[in-house]
Design a protein around this ligand. Structure first.
Ligand SMILES: [Zn+2]
Length: 234
């Protein structure tokens, strides 16, 4: 693959990804602090209701942290060339989701100051929350520079077959599509950017051809072929 086909996240996409990573880190920090308070204060006080409230709150905060982290990786993915960094970057959401609960789970089950009933209920709740946070933070469809580069290449080829100029497509900031026609109903009246298919990926992360534009392009591609045939016959 030549260098010109390698995905490079745009400066705007990188900046946005950085912002999302900051949000994720702040949320995880808040969840870890809340967990520490729960361990230090609530478990020793044997206050079951407060512990359950804290568990739900931590789960919610960890969930949003994981969401932001995943979003950042879609905009500015890691390279598969460094497998350890690649794995860590993509699965940090799962790791942090577990870390937001594991110390608490251990503390609950090893505590001498809480009743058996509190131990069973809070311990189960914290274990379930840990599993949920881990799974929701896990990335099952990791984006990578290599994967994006390959997809861009394939989409360029597909566009050529539809007579779409892969260097001149349109997209709006929201959504994960690019359009072959600037009068497409989905981008009409919106602020649109213009550039190559590759550039749409580099600014948005995932970017695919809009279905309406694909239909329109395939119709005119067929018409063009028919015209060519007619000319050949005549
Ligand atoms: Zn369209």
């Amino acid at each position: 693959m030549s260098d010109s086909n390698v995905f490079v996240a745009s400066p705007e996409a990188k900046a946005q990804a950085k912002k999302y990573r900051m949000y994720a880190i702040l949320l995880w920090a808040a969840a870890l602090i809340l967990q520490a308070i729960t361990i230090i204060k609530l478990i020793s006080d044997d206050t079951l209701i407060m512990m359950l409230v804290a568990i739900v709150a931590i789960l919610a905060i960890a969930f949003f942290g994981g969401r932001f982290w995943k979003k950042s990786n879609k905009l500015d993915p890691a390279s598969e060339k460094n497998p350890i960094k690649f794995l860590l970057q993509n699965q940090l959401g799962a790791i942090m989701g577990v870390m937001c609960f594991l110390p608490m789970v251990i503390s609950i089950f090893t505590s001498n100051s809480i009743s058996g009933k509190t131990k069973a209920i809070a311990g189960t709740a914290a274990s379930v929350a840990m599993t949920a946070a881990g799974i929701s933070g896990a990335e099952f469809d990791s984006a990578s520079i290599e994967k994006y580069s390959k997809e861009i290449e394939e989409q360029n080829k597909a566009a050529q077959q539809l007579n779409i100029n892969s260097g001149n497509v349109f997209w709006s900031k929201a959504g994960n599509k690019y359009h072959a026609f600037d009068d497409c109903q989905y981008i009409k009246g919106k602020a649109i950017s213009k550039g190559s298919i590759k550039e749409s990926w580099e600014q948005k992360g995932i970017s695919e051809l809009c279905k309406v534009c694909a239909k329109k392009a395939s119709k005119s591609a067929v018409t063009d072929k028919a015209k060519d045939l007619m000319e050949a016959v005549n």
